[in-house]
Ligand binder design. Structure first.
Ligand code: FRU
Length: 489
């Protein structure tokens, strides 16, 4: 249908047909990046889960590949990971070069257990290990293994969710097939209903060093509704994960980035993630017919200290500069209080807006009026049909908001529209990078410390960008606006 085409992103991975949720098996094989994903090839609904597959040499241009792991009589092929066994430590490969192995959950109505499969053709197809499941605790809520090679102890470590117990279990193995229980983490952070898709990775800290981060997806029960990914910064000693403190972080201030996974076997241990750009609250009702589901752009992750000195996750879109077309001229240095500047957007293309802005102090001789003490800077993507998608900055409190409520293409009780985050309290300056691509919006603010990911469904094309200052004037220190070149067929 028309909406199947209109809502299809041009630089975000989507399935040609069928239903997609979590990214799986994110691994770099030395030449190509693999993206496997939870996939129902038969219908635009979750069910009959297979591992779909795509490959890329830059994480931006993807080639569809045949289904890699099918549903079998043992169950659906739920979320899991892929690793490169570089020395054939598993003994499962024909030669010392080793190869790729996948570990994932087979799920039936009464059991969820972990399976091992080996690829002899560089990740195209997988052969199930002879003695599956390799890890079965007789549970029907035990899923989503992620495996890392832990150098200090020279063994594989698996994190896997005991979903309804709100715990992440740690296991160790030297051959990927025999697993020994190490420890359990949690309940910790959000309660929610199910803990899912744990991921453990060392992330570089800006200024030097690395810290361990444990990501845990929770669904439903996120503070913005439904699906959310939380994270803990801490220490992993080879046996247990010890968080630095009792606070949790959330990877997103909106509600459409879930089941975040990290890439395995990255050169220089670069920390790169992809999340499912969706939420279980409405993913099966989105206004497309033949396909449903998108992935976020690949994101580089670092840890940074925030305004108060706490270590937090920062995310930035990876290498999308390479997709920039000719800059769209939009020279705006100063926007007076109560005025705006507008530019037309080219149709049918993804757009990147990057800017840094300082909102003036509100002049003291102005009556307070209904705007109180606040100066606001507002970014509007809109059209003549009266639809608006708004990102606003409140300089008095240092907070940012996102409002998708005035888009008319989709309504559903859980498809709520307004989200906010705090950047720096008491700071009238902000920086932001916005990527708008058909039915997807990604916002990276405050150097990537505040990230908002949202599905958006305008009824018609958003064909202008308008910048508004209200309550106080604003200085636009830098602004760049680019169309981004299509990467998907
Ligand atoms: C997360 C999740 C996983 C499960 C998969 C099923 O979104 O519920 O826990 O493995 O999706 O598709």
């Amino acid at each position: 249908t028309e909406s199947d085409i209109f809502y299809r992103p041009t630089i975000h991975f989507t399935p040609t047909i069928g239903f997609m949720n979590d990214p799986n098996g994110l691994v770099f094989d030395g030449t190509n990046f693999h993206l496997y994903y939870q996939y129902d090839p038969f219908a635009p609904y979750a069910g009959h889960v297979h591992w779909g597959h795509a490959t890329s040499n830059d994480l931006l241009h993807w080639q569809d590949q045949p289904i890699a792991i099918p549903e079998t009589k043992d169950g659906e092929a739920f979320t899991g990971c892929a690793v490169i066994d570089r020395t054939n430590a598993s003994g499962l490969f024909e030669n010392a070069q080793g190869g790729m192995a996948a570990l994932y959950t087979r799920a039936s109505s009464h059991r969820q257990a972990q399976y091992l499969a080996i690829s002899h053709d560089n990740g195209q197809t997988f052969t199930e290990h002879a003695h599956n499941p390799v890890l079965d605790i007789g549970s029907n809520s035990f899923r989503d293994p992620q495996v890392i090679f832990h150098e200090p102890t020279k063994q594989w470590v698996m994190v896997v969710a005991k979903s309804r117990l709100h715990q992440i279990a740690f296991y160790a193995s030297i051959d990927l097939a025999h697993w020994v229980h190490l420890s359990d983490f949690g309940p910790s952070g959000l309660f929610g209903v199910d803990y899912e898709c744990p991921n453990l990775i060392e992330v570089p800290l800006e200024g030097g060093g690395r810290r361990w981060v444990l990501f845990v997806s929770v669904n439903p029960g996120g503070p913005t509704g439904g699906s959310i990914t939380q994270y803990f910064v801490g220490e992993f000693d080879g046996t247990r994960f010890i968080p630095d403190d009792t606070v949790i972080g959330l990877t997103d201030f909106a509600k459409d980035a879930y089941a975040m996974q990290v890439y395995s076997n990255m050169p220089q241990d670069e920390a790169v993630s992809i999340a499912w750009l969706g939420n279980w609250q409405y993913c099966q009702e989105l206004p497309t017919q033949s396909w449903r589901g998108a992935m976020t752009l690949p994101r580089t992750m670092t840890l940074k200290r925030d305004f108060a000195g706490w270590i937090r996750l920062a995310q930035t879109p990876r290498h999308i500069e390479t997709l920039r077309g000719t800059a769209i001229p939009f020279a705006t240095r100063r926007i007076a209080a109560g005025s705006s500047a507008q530019v037309a957007l080219p149709p049918g293309t993804a757009i990147e807006l990057a800017m840094s802005v300082t909102v003036d102090e509100r002049p003291h001789d102005l009556p307070l009026g209904d705007k109180g003490r606040t100066g606001r800077f507002i970014i509007v993507f809109g059209n003549e049909q009266g639809e608006t998608l708004t990102i606003g900055f409140d300089a008095f409190s240092g907070q940012l908001w996102l409002d998708r409520n005035d888009l008319k293409g989709f309504a559903q009780p859980f498809f709520t529209g307004q989200f906010s985050t705090v950047l720096n309290p008491d700071d009238r300056h902000f920086d932001i990078r916005v990527i708008l691509d058909a039915s997807t919006l990604e916002i990276f603010a405050n150097g990537g410390l505040s990230v908002g990911t949202a599905l958006i469904f305008p009824a018609g094309p958003l064909d202008f960008l308008r910048l508004e200052a209200s309550g106080a004037a604003a200085t636009v220190e830098s602004l760049s606006l680019y169309p981004l070149k299509k990467t998907m067929p």
